[in-house]
Design a binder for this molecule. Structure first.
Ligand code: BGC
Ligand code: CA
Length: 312
């Protein structure tokens, strides 16, 4: 089907346990059906494992590699290795620094603009706060909030957090950050971190921003155990991703809102670019169906997803 037999694409994933990445992975697999085949491997959160997997792809004659790096600062080493062997690369979701991207012209990045997601999450929280005076539980005219961060060093953790806060401030909301803690993006960590915030500050917490939906869902569970939701008090929690479970929480009125992170289009764009490179062509916008900026970047837009609670 339009591809020669020996062409194949390797896909190196940072961690199969990550819910959002699982969606991108599925999208890549669907695209490859009846087309250039893919082999998808799991680094289970270890950069060393991923480096070995990439070396193996090179040895086994893969024609292009899609990489979701464990540690994005390790991208330079991967690029160098692939450049020496002329195996083109498409990174996604964990963005290599510009200097690394500049090392070779057969390196692409597919992602979503982290700043936009922070701004959109901030707007959902701001509009709720401004239209619900009762959200200021202690009536001091300020929002006492907590942040559940993703991994340190991830562009999405840093920029989502920064622009969420910045958006609330520019809406004229006065803020007191009570707590902030770092995680590895997982639901059970969202639960643990929120439970510990609640132990420390209890009902003083008026709002929660979690860097992704899994963390937000874990936080909601901890809040439910503490008597919030289901008939108890509402507390605004905002996440990012719009995963299937995140969307259910929008519907049942627990999650105030989220920001849709388009896994399917990120997977499809990465696959199409990798296929062009694997078959020895320079990817064009016409063929891949996505705009390419700064020569080798494809940005898939975010969009706000307010939940049922945001409409009340
Ligand atoms: C997603 C998170 C995910 C992370 C993995 C982010 O863009 O929002 O859910 O855990 O990427 O790198
Ligand atoms: Ca307050």
């Amino acid at each position: 089907m339009g591809s020669s037999d020996d062409v194949k694409i390797g896909v190196a994933i940072y961690d199969f346990e990550d819910s959002f990445i699982a969606e991108v992975r599925d999208a890549i697999a669907v695209c490859s059906e009846g087309d250039v085949p893919v082999t998808i491997v799991d680094a289970a959160g270890r950069q060393q494992t991923q480096n070995e997997q990439i070396e193996q792809f090179i040895k086994d004659g893969y024609s292009a590699i899609i990489v979701n790096s464990v540690d994005r600062t390790a991208s330079g080493v991967i690029i160098e290795k692939c450049r020496q062997n002329d195996v083109p690369l498409v990174f996604f979701n964990r963005e290599p620094v510009k200097d690394d991207m500049a090392k070779w012209d057969k390196v692409y990045y597919v992602g979503a603009d982290a700043v936009d997601s922070g701004v959109m999450a901030g707007r959902i929280m701001a509009s709720y706060w401004l239209s619900h005076p009762e959200a200021d539980r202690n009536g001091d005219g300020r929002m006492q909030f907590v942040i559940i961060r993703g991994e340190t060093g991830h562009q999405d953790t840093e920029l989502r957090t920064e622009y969420f806060i910045e958006t609330l401030l520019s809406a004229g909301i006065m803020l007191d950050k009570l707590h902030e803690d770092t995680t590895r993006w997982r639901r059970e960590e969202g639960y643990d971190v929120m439970a510990s915030f609640l132990n420390r500050s209890g009902d003083a917490i008026e709002a929660v921003f979690a860097n992704n939906d899994d963390l937000a869902l874990g936080a909601i569970e901890a809040l439910q155990e503490r008597g919030y939701f289901n008939g108890g008090d509402f507390i605004p929690v905002v996440g990012i991703d719009g995963t299937p479970t995140g969307r259910k929480a929008l519907e049942n009125g627990t999650l105030l809102g989220t920001v849709f992170n388009d896994a399917e289009n990120q997977g499809r764009a990465a696959y199409r670019i990798a296929k062009e490179l694997a078959e020895g062509r320079v990817p064009t916008e016409e063929v891949i169906g996505y705009s390419i900026t700064d020569d080798r970047y494809v940005w898939i837009p975010y969009s706000p997803l307010p939940g049922k609670a945001a409409e009340e």
